[in-house]
Design a protein around this ligand. Structure first.
Ligand code: XMP
Length: 509
């Protein structure tokens, strides 16, 4: 059994980042909401606990708390920001709402005798983000760091195995942040730092083999990374007892069907290809409202999949490419629905299956990529940019026709070609073109034209929650404009969308 760290989330923005930092240091970590019932958590292999930051103040009436039994689990605890204040409050420290908050880079001074600060210079830069501060420690708690504005920027109680920092060691702006996390894991929790993504594949395959020997499973492939890696892992365990289905809804990119099917056959997946494009496009005819389009595509997908699953017959389990952020997100209170996301990995649970198999549900996207590469999947498949379930259906603004799809397909193809030529295809997170119904006047040769505007969307982001328009070379933009207008009939003008998210979203619909 591998050692484990449990992270309790108090609503901070960096909750997932903390988990990743721990994993990057070679220790497996899991994230739970701070008020999770401890009886539902598997604590086997537990070596330590981390409490995250959060937006609240301990003075608020309903401020978030963890079950105090965490202090009886007998493992070291590290509190970060709100997590620090919460513990101080529990143990009788004094906290004040300060006159001045501390936001951004700050100079930190540390007591070099603390195990937490081994290898950290006496003065270094850390990232702060707080208004409340501890002004007096609880009894037997020792101050181990301070800044000019924050008299107690870290404390510890070695006997109780409690450690806390006001700053954020998990963010890259904290110069020695990773050293501090490493010290906590290695010298305080004594965790074995031997968790590696490539070991994960062997364990997963073995477990699936043992648990599901002789059972038939079915998987909807989207061509995307998550469902492809999930299916490959399962197929390595149960071979052709896994039947995959790849549906063409008529809204895929140029050459996508051929390329995806070829990749799947190269990695030995047992795939049934269903061309349902006519069915989808007929149902979408004349529909202009984005949510309605999304719903039609999502529901039709389910209908087609259910029909095919029945024809294949005998599959007791559904394999899904759910990844860790999906699991965490679905456990959070839902924010208002901006768009109803359709994901071919997100089939309804009430389908006629005995169970769902989700081999990737504890992994982050970059870990899924590494896992895929470690089991020999081709780079091309692993590094595909994200592509939405409703496909080009939400990149043709307004009603969808074959001709509009042609325009978006051809311009998207040129875009992808040029991104590769300019060697920025791996640097930009997602890039595509959008067909707009807007017509403008132009001139080609001596002829007046009256053609459509196509928009380029290219974004940089870490997690797709907030994004910025990518800073593309001007030379690339002009080349794209010229190629799209010259090579694709019906394109009269090309614009670059520089909207960030928020307020814009990545897709236009
Ligand atoms: P938005 O447009 O919401 O997109 O900023 C964020 C990311 O999600 C992708 N996206 C989808 N992915 N099903 C998916 O699987 C969907 O319905 C869907 N809608 C948007 C989008 O491409 C971007 O990467």
């Amino acid at each position: 059994m591998k050692d484990k760290i449990v992270v309790f989330n108090f609503g901070g923005q960096y909750d997932q980042l903390i988990v990743r930092r721990v994993r990057e240091n070679g220790v497996y970590a899991e994230l739970y909401n701070c008020d999770t019932d401890l009886d539902t958590i598997d604590f086997s292999g537990l070596k330590g606990i981390i409490l995250t930051g959060g937006p609240q103040s301990v003075f608020e009436e309903d401020s978030l708390k963890a079950d105090p039994k965490i202090f009886e689990l007998g493992v070291p605890i590290l509190g970060i920001c709100y997590g620090m204040q919460y513990m101080s409050n529990e143990f009788g420290g004094k906290i004040e709402h300060m006159d001045k908050g501390e936001y951004g880079k700050t100079h930190l001074f540390v007591d070099k005798n603390s195990k937490l600060f081994k290898g950290v210079p006496q003065e270094s830069t850390v990232w702060m983000n707080h208004r409340d501060g501890i002004i007096e420690n609880a009894k037997e708690f020792k101050k181990t760091a301070w800044t000019l504005n924050c008299p107690i920027a870290a404390y510890e109680n070695e006997e109780k195995q409690i450690y806390a920092v006001q700053f954020h060691p998990e963010v890259s702006h904290s110069e020695y942040g990773n050293q501090i996390i490493n010290n906590f894991l290695k010298d305080i929790c004594h965790a074995k730092m031997d968790w590696e993504i490539k070991d994960v594949a062997d364990t997963m395959i073995k477990e699936i083999k043992e648990k599901y020997a002789g059972e038939k499973m079915i998987c909807a492939l989207s061509g995307g990374v998550d469902s492809s890696v999930a299916a490959t892992i399962v197929s390595k365990a149960i071979g052709d007892n896994l039947q995959c289905i790849f549906v063409d809804h008529g809204l895929l990119r140029k050459n996508e069907v051929e390329e995806v099917l070829e990749s799947y056959s190269n990695i030995g997946l047992n795939v049934k290809f269903i061309d349902a494009s006519k069915e989808f496009l007929d149902l979408l005819k004349g529909v202009t409202e984005p949510e309605e389009k999304r719903k039609i595509i999502g529901n039709t997908f389910i209908k087609v999949f259910e029909r095919e699953a029945k024809i294949i017959g005998g599959a007791k389990y559904l394999v899904q490419g759910t990844i860790y952020p999906d699991v965490i997100e679905s456990g959070k209170d839902k924010a208002s629905v901006i768009k109803s996301h359709h994901n071919v990995g997100g089939l309804p649970e009430d389908m006629l299956f005995e169970g769902i198999v989700e081999p990737l549900r504890n992994l982050f996207k970059d870990e899924v990529r590494k896992l895929g590469l470690s089991i020999g999947m081709p780079e091309k498949m692993i590094w595909r940019q994200p592509f939405p379930g409703p496909g080009l259906g939400i990149r043709v603004i307004g009603d969808i026709t074959e001709d509009k799809l042609r325009i978006v397909r051809e311009t998207d193809y040129i875009l992808r070609e040029e991104f590769k030529n300019f060697e920025i295809d791996r640097d930009v997170w997602q890039y595509f073109t959008v067909y707009t119904p807007l017509k403008t006047v132009g001139v080609k040769g001596d002829e007046r034209t009256y053609d459509n505007v196509v928009a380029i969307r290219a974004v940089s982001t870490v997690d797709a929650m907030t994004v910025e328009a990518a800073d593309l070379p001007y030379e690339l933009l002009t080349k794209l404009s010229s190629r799209m207008i010259n090579e694709v009939e019906g394109v009269g003008r090309v614009v670059y969308d520089i909207t960030s998210k928020p307020p814009g979203t990545i897709e236009w619909e």
